[in-house]
Design a protein around this ligand. Structure first.
Ligand SMILES: NC(=O)c1ccc[n+]([C@@H]2O[C@H](COP(=O)([O-])OP(=O)(O)OC[C@H]3O[C@@H](n4cnc5c(N)ncnc54)[C@H](OP(=O)(O)O)[C@@H]3O)[C@@H](O)[C@H]2O)c1
Length: 166
């Protein structure tokens, strides 16, 4: 079990920290002195992976997000940094993907960011500070072939993030 951050110790909550960029970010932040909680849909209760406390969270599920953020807040004491990283790619010619596949992609890649941000923002407002880092993609700026929906989901993150920043 993670204990409350020491006096002055920074804390971070990283979604999708079981592999790839999220795992690397969680490890780098821990190495830089942050107390980090990462998420995975498959985390077991009280799980610690590679020194990172992991808690269960499915970013497509409102209740799961609310529960995970409340647990992270209780264990960390405060949340200085949120990294919205959980996401996946969908490739193929545009007309080959079903609306259901596109809905599922946006539910994770875009609405997942919205759900977690909405749960964390009141904590950051109450503590008077906080930083949110949304993992986009170069395809959120420059679309390429065979990636219309992934690119659209990352463009959505760009627009959302720039608006939120104001
Ligand atoms: N890899 C690249 O080249 C690249 C380039 C630009 C941007 N990105 C972006 O970087 C982020 C991470 O990509 P990656 O390549 O590192 O992916 P990855 O290794 O496949 O990791 C994806 C992470 O997201 C989590 N995840 C997936 N669906 C989730 C859900 N519904 N709820 C909660 N967690 C979920 C997975 O956790 P569990 O499966 O354990 O739940 C996993 O930890 C994504 O947003 C991706 O779009 C990647």
């Amino acid at each position: 079990m993670v204990t409350l951050a020491q006096n002055g110790q920074k804390t971070a909550f990283v979604t999708g920290a079981s592999s790839g960029i999220g795992k690397a970010a969680a490890l780098a932040l821990a190495g830089a002195g942050y107390l980090v909680i990462g998420t995975s849909r498959k985390a077991a209760p009280r799980e610690v992976r590679a020194g990172i406390r992991m808690i269960a969270c499915d970013v497509t599920d409102d209740a799961s997000v609310a529960e995970a953020v409340a647990l992270a807040h209780a264990e960390l004491g405060h949340i200085d940094l949120l990294i919205n990283n959980a996401g996946f790619a969908l490739s193929g010619a545009a007309e080959e993907s079903s609306v259901e596949q596109v809905r599922s992609l946006f539910d994770t890649n875009f609405l997942g960011v919205v759900r977690v941000t909405n749960a964390v923002l009141p904590i950051m407002r109450a503590q008077g500070h906080g930083r949110i880092l949304n993992i986009g993609s170069v395809l959120g700026l420059i679309p390429g072939p065979y990636g219309a929906y992934y690119s659209a989901s990352k463009h959505a993150i760009e627009g959302y993030s720039e608006s939120l920043d104001h």
